[in-house]
Design a protein. Structure first.
Length: 322
């Protein structure tokens, strides 16, 4: 087949959307062509192996295009065109989950993520060659849109690992301290958490104290678990179990799915190291009366902050989030 039968050239009169569609079309055709070449080489290799005393120097290339069923392609297409502008994280998650129509499982999710990663690579390559500043900005927005959807799919996949804590007895709560002796969670609430989320954090903390918490997930390769609001802003509370009657609250934060994995993972790693250094001390002291009273004071201070009707200063909705 002639080159022009496979690949089409861009023309100056094409719109940005048409250029993107053309680029994707040519990229997929390149994959198809590569697959045909690989199959040809494989057949040739098989013939060579069938002949004795020949120089068998041809090696098989196992690179193959991603095989997609009509079902996977339909989900991928609908997620690709999903408009997520101005949506809160929970709204993005709900809309994406609805697209799966009950067929939500890790295998399907990972296939969709793989196709989205392919788009991310294609658009990133296209961005390197684009000369028009307006088109470059549109491509950057497309890339950002894809990354948000991939992170949203990661979040949805994590839901499968959540469990509910339903225990009859209330728990004693302790709080991880910084090296300077400050309550880490309290400092985060004061400095980093918008006051509009205070009531939700109060509910999370009280649910943990009462021994009844929904949406608990043990984080992979971390020494603690995560409690979060299942519907609404992605509010997170990190904690670990000291014994059957005691929990250690490590920190709180608001995770945004468009904040990037680096900040999120870096913060979790730092907290993990702090937690590992301190956990044995907390385990040893969680039965001491004076230690219990000290942390009851920390809890009282946090609950006072979270229920205050006259918060000082202006509400800062753009505080740091991970």
């Amino acid at each position: 087949m002639a080159f022009n039968d496979y690949f089409q050239s861009s023309t100056p009169d094409l719109s940005f959307e048409e250029k993107v569609a053309l680029f994707k079309s040519n990229s997929f055709k390149a994959i198809e062509l590569r697959s045909q070449i690989n199959n040809s080489q494989s057949n040739k290799l098989a013939r060579v192996q069938a002949l004795p005393n020949e120089d068998k120097t041809i090696k098989e290339d196992t690179t193959k295009p991603i095989e997609t069923s009509p079902f996977i392609k339909e989900i991928y297409d609908r997620i690709s065109i999903l408009n997520i502008n101005s949506l809160e994280e929970y709204e993005i998650l709900e809309k994406i989950k609805a697209i799966f129509s009950g067929n939500l499982n890790s295998i399907t999710i990972n296939k969709i993520k793989l196709l989205l990663y392919k788009d991310y690579i294609l658009y990133s390559k296209m961005l390197l060659s684009v000369e028009n500043e307006k088109d470059a900005l549109k491509l950057q927005n497309l890339i950002s849109d894809i990354l948000i959807k991939i992170e949203a799919l990661d979040e949805i996949e994590e839901l499968e690992n959540e469990e509910d804590y339903e225990e009859e007895s209330p728990k004693k709560l302790f709080f991880l301290l910084s090296e300077s002796g400050k309550v880490i969670a309290l400092e985060s609430l004061r400095k980093d958490i918008p006051t509009e989320y205070y009531e939700d954090y109060k509910k999370l903390i009280l649910a943990l104290k009462q021994g009844y918490a929904k949406g608990v997930k043990k984080l992979v390769k971390k020494s603690y678990s995560e409690l979060k609001i299942r519907r609404g802003p992605s509010l997170r509370l990190l904690f670990s179990k000291l014994d059957n009657d005691s929990y250690l609250i490590i920190d709180v934060f608001v995770k945004k799915i468009d904040s990037g994995d680096y900040l999120y993972n870096n913060q979790l790693n730092n907290l993990n190291n702090q937690h590992l250094r301190a956990k044995d001390t907390y385990k040893a002291r969680c039965g001491e009366e004076d230690f219990i009273k000290e942390h009851e004071g920390h809890l009282s201070e946090i609950l006072t902050l979270l229920t205050s009707e006259n918060l000082e200063g202006e509400r800062d909705v753009n505080r740091r989030s991970i």
